[in-house]
Write a protein that binds this ligand. Structure first.
Ligand SMILES: O=C(O)c1cc(=O)[nH]c(=O)n1[C@@H]1O[C@H](COP(=O)(O)O)[C@@H](O)[C@H]1O
Length: 239
């Protein structure tokens, strides 16, 4: 039987820093500066194809937690074998898209390893119009709810959603699944291409476990101070 998260082994939550920067050297510098704050470091498409997996191994060897954000979606065999190839890598998290077939294949591929699988419901860069343009007649909120229910039924460890949907997904999955939330912005920060945006405090208040933050930290004049401010905002809602 493939391993499935129980409430007892649900990760504790915290800040995930997206290392979306142009070079490995830039990412290493950021990780060195932010390492003492013990965030999870997320390596996505920008770095993964230019040496990011080697950096991920290095960070893991140094005792840091790593999230491989590869957002897998393919035919089941390809997903299953892809996840199997990564199962022993030592990363904490890996993303797949929240399609039932894809999630089931990823869970089979992860086997008995401790790799936690996160399913991306609807990208935080999409609003109602974008969803319609992509062929989804249902509203975004319905689509997120349905994909989350599919993920829960499949036994996925966590769901990636926007801060707008945290409250409704927390009701849906209770404490069984981690809720991992990109698309938050501190008051006054630029949204960039994020469309379903709220503040870190609002997401935490609604029940987020992890916040994923890139540009407001990586693009700040002082990334350590920016990360500390986000952590303080998160902490204030937890106590
Ligand atoms: O899977 C993700 O992490 C993800 C899902 C999603 O729906 N939206 C989203 O922004 N992300 C990631 O979260 C990070 C957000 O970065 P910033 O917008 O710079 O804070 C990026 O690395 C995205 O790839």
């Amino acid at each position: 039987m493939p391993k499935s998260t129980t409430t007892a082994d649900k990760p504790s939550g915290g800040l995930i820093v997206a290392l979306d920067v142009p070079t490995i050297r830039d990412a290493e510098r950021l990780a060195e500066r932010l390492g003492d704050l013990r965030p999870v470091f997320k390596i996505g498409h920008q770095l993964a194809y230019t040496g990011g997996l080697a950096l991920a191994e290095k960070l893991i060897r140094a005792g840091q937690e790593v999230f491989l954000d590869l957002k897998l979606h393919d035919i089941p065999r390809t997903v299953e074998e892809g996840v199997r190839s990564l199962a022993g890598f030592g990363a904490t998290f890996l993303t797949v898209h929240a399609y039932p077939q894809t999630m089931r294949a990823a869970i089979a591929g992860r086997g008995e390893s401790g790799l936690k699988l996160l399913a991306v419901t609807v990208l935080t860069s999409m609003d109602e119009e974008d969803a319609k343009a992509a062929g989804y007649a249902k509203g975004v909120a319905t689509l997120v709810d349905e994909r989350a229910a599919d993920g829960d039924a499949a036994g996925i460890d966590g769901l990636v959603c926007s801060p707008m949907e945290v409250a409704s997904l927390r009701k849906l999955v209770g404490q069984r699944r981690s809720l991992v939330v990109p698309g938050t912005r501190p008051a006054g920060a630029a949204a960039g291409d994020q469309k379903r945006v709220r503040t870190p405090a609002e997401a935490m208040r609604d029940g987020a476990d992890y916040l994923v933050m890139g540009r407001p930290i990586t693009g700040a004049a002082d990334p350590v101070a920016a990360a500390r401010a986000i952590l303080a905002e998160m902490q204030a809602e937890r106590t």
